[in-house]
Design a protein around this ligand. Structure first.
Ligand SMILES: C[S@@+](CC[C@H](N)C(=O)[O-])C[C@H]1O[C@@H](n2cnc3c(N)ncnc32)[C@H](O)[C@@H]1O
Length: 302
């Protein structure tokens, strides 16, 4: 029999103190996530059972996770998953850890999809772990949607495929290994992307955890906006047609990208939408006026 050493509430405090000492942000949250992982509990079970005993073996696993975390390895790479928009996504160092603000992109897209009939295509550029497309596949299992997605990183395509099919195994999914829109043809109801958008200067100052993430998922060029700009230019110059384009952007690139979208997509409606921190984070370019579907967002028409 394993010897009983600590209970849940004691271990939460112990972990939190160690993580705070290691200058880990959100030490309380991460402490809880680690214990939830080890004991296979959800948050309410964790909070309802503060006196539940932790075995010696569980403490050993806990301590080895804390040790890795203190080396600043992101928790999502240690546990090999991250929850994003109600689903669990496998994550390792081949893919960007899905970010909370990107859930807004899913929400914007889903608000527009709700008002569409079936039988259309969605293209995602730079699928990573599959968080965005997987969340949409989860939200709209009964709509006939064909999902096409690209990534320059071949490892991410396999991870995205596994993640999306684990959420909804009948997803109509077509993954392509390529550079942005090269070789892509056709007509899409939605094109969505969260491209890399950090500048060279920002890359020099990234926090320790980001150094574990794939560089091609973060670095968007010298100024940071180059990949976004290339997507806009390639779309304007190619035969690819779209009704709605939603791009996640670096707030610092807003004015630059507004100028480009105004020049390239004169006849379209254009919106800039803010994130939870009131920062410009998304651009939406659309053939129809859609402000009635954007009420819950903090947005500005352009
Ligand atoms: C910021 S990550 C986003 C990943 C995922 N969509 C998400 O939101 O969590 C950017 C993704 O774009 C991919 N990428 C970078 N440059 C690319 C390119 N030129 N063509 C296609 N994909 C690219 C990266 O490999 C990475 O998976």
């Amino acid at each position: 029999m394993s010897e009983i050493l600590l209970n849940i509430s004691q271990l939460i405090i112990q972990n939190k103190l160690q993580l705070e000492h290691g200058k880990i942000e959100e030490a309380q949250l991460e402490s809880e996530l680690i214990i939830m992982h080890i004991l296979d509990l959800d948050k309410s079970d964790l909070l309802l059972n503060p006196n539940k005993n932790i075995t010696k073996q569980q403490i050993k696993i806990n301590n080895s996770i804390i040790k890795k975390r203190l080396k600043r390895i992101p928790l999502a790479y240690i546990l090999n998953y991250k929850y994003f928009y109600k689903s669990k996504f496998f994550t390792n160092e081949s893919v960007l850890i899905p970010r909370q603000e990107t859930e807004i992109l899913v929400e914007i897209c889903s608000n527009l999809i709700k008002n569409e009939n079936s039988n259309f295509k969605i293209l995602e550029i730079g699928i990573g772990s599959g968080a965005i497309t997987g969340s949409l596949a989860n939200l709209f299992p009964s709509k006939k949607i064909e999902y096409i997605a690209t990534d320059i990183n071949v490892n991410s395509l396999q991870i995205a495929k596994n993640n999306i099919l684990a959420i909804n195994k009948s997803t109509n999914l077509n993954l392509v290994h390529n550079d942005l829109l090269k070789g892509i043809k056709g007509n899409y109801k939605f094109i969505i992307s969260n491209p890399p958008y950090l500048s060279i200067e920002e890359m020099k100052n990234i926090k320790a955890e980001l150094k574990f993430e794939p560089r091609e998922a973060l670095h968007g060029g010298i100024e940071g906006h180059e990949v976004c700009e290339n997507i806009l230019i390639q779309l304007a110059e190619s035969t690819v047609e779209f009704e709605n384009l939603i791009l996640e952007i670096n707030p610092t690139s807003t004015q630059y990208l507004i100028k480009i979208m105004k020049r390239l997509f004169q006849s379209y409606f254009k919106y800039v939408i803010k994130d939870y921190n009131n920062q410009n984070r998304f651009i939406l370019i659309t053939q129809k006026e859609v402000s009635q579907y954007l009420n819950k967002f903090n947005y500005c028409p352009n």
